[in-house]
Design a protein around this ligand. Structure first.
Ligand code: NDP
Length: 282
């Protein structure tokens, strides 16, 4: 059986290392995870291939196709539709189904690190791109209160407006709001700060979304989605102010384990540890 990664480019991906380690771990010795570099014009043919080849169990989808694959699928989950992105395609009978496992992967990694999320949580999310949509969705699904800050504030408002249409998110208009400045005192009360910007990601490792002249809230926990490098400038800023910081590699493993479950029907909990280990080595 084959599972692929559809994106452009994909050569940098660590998904083959973690998924192939998981297949081997559970004894699926004839399963392989492969890279399918797919420019935009090749997307329809690629999806047809996924649909028609019986030995293809499904695929992951990454930049730039997470939105553009949706019209090709028979069913897109309500979660993926609300987030506006599909990162996992799997098959049931003759149908192609689309899911988003970033949001559940984020919650699973918070749980792994013993970070509770619920109505008592006051979170601050930095960014308004694809990953921020999944993270705000995840936090709002747990009824957390969420402030969203983005370099381009209009995108943050659009994110909240879109999520407000989800049938699964209750009271998002009451619980979530945009904050235009990180110097706003409301930001200092956040207990959980989640970086969903790409500022600080390799190769621009000297960048950070947090201004040097604003102290990082000492009592907050920082979760930085960036996993390359494993310790970002923002994580160092947070730790220098006494805050705890967690990098994004565990979320990468957990979203992969949730996708693995969709393709193989083997529970994610059977492979998430082996995937963390494979990613750390990779
Ligand atoms: P997008 O391109 O969709 O969004 C990027 C966001 O970063 C935008 O909000 C953008 O602001 C903001 N931004 C970019 N540069 C700066 C800067 N210099 N200062 C402040 N804000 C900036 O990216 P994704 O949401 O897909 O990914 C974001 C990060 O999350 C990446 O590093 C990615 O690797 C990581 N990620 C990790 C995952 C995991 O499993 N750990 C899963 C998914 C993503 P603006 O709107 O103003 O342009």
């Amino acid at each position: 059986m084959i599972v692929g990664l559809i994106g452009h480019p994909v050569a940098h991906s660590k998904s083959p290392a973690m998924q192939n380690a998981a297949f081997a771990h559970v004894g699926l010795s004839d399963w392989r995870y492969v890279l399918w570099d797919t420019p935009l014009e090749a997307l329809p043919a690629r999806i047809r291939e996924v649909s028609e080849r019986a030995e293809v169990a499904g695929c992951n989808v990454t930049i730039p196709h997470k939105q553009s694959v949706m019209p090709y699928l028979n069913v897109v989950s309500e979660h993926a539709r609300a987030i506006g992105a599909v990162n996992t395609i799997f098959k049931r009978d003759r149908y192609l189904l689309g899911e988003n496992t970033d949001w559940t992967g984020f919650l699973a990694d918070l749980a792994f690190h013993g970070v509770p999320v619920g109505p008592e949580t006051q979170a601050l999310v930095l960014g308004a791109g694809g990953s921020a949509r999944a993270v705000v969705y995840a936090l709002a699904s747990q009824e957390a209160r969420v402030l969203v800050h983005n370099r381009t504030p209009a995108r943050a408002q659009a994110l909240l407006d879109d999520l407000a249409n989800s049938p699964y998110l209750h009271e998002i208009r009451e619980n979530c709001a945009v904050v235009t400045s990180l110097a706003d005192p409301a930001c200092q009360t956040a207990g959980l700060i989640v970086n969903c910007t790409s500022a600080g990601m390799w190769p621009a490792e000297d960048a950070s979304p947090w201004p040097d002249d604003v102290p990082f809230p000492a009592g907050a926990l920082l979760y930085d989605l960036i996993y390359k490098p494993p310790v970002t400038k923002l994580m160092r800023q947070a730790e220098a102010c006494g805050a705890r910081a967690i990098g994004g590699i565990g979320m990468l493993a957990e979203q992969g384990a949730a996708a693995f479950e969709k393709w193989t029907r083997i529970p994610a909990s059977h492979v998430s540890a082996i995937m963390r280990e494979a990613l750390a080595k990779a």
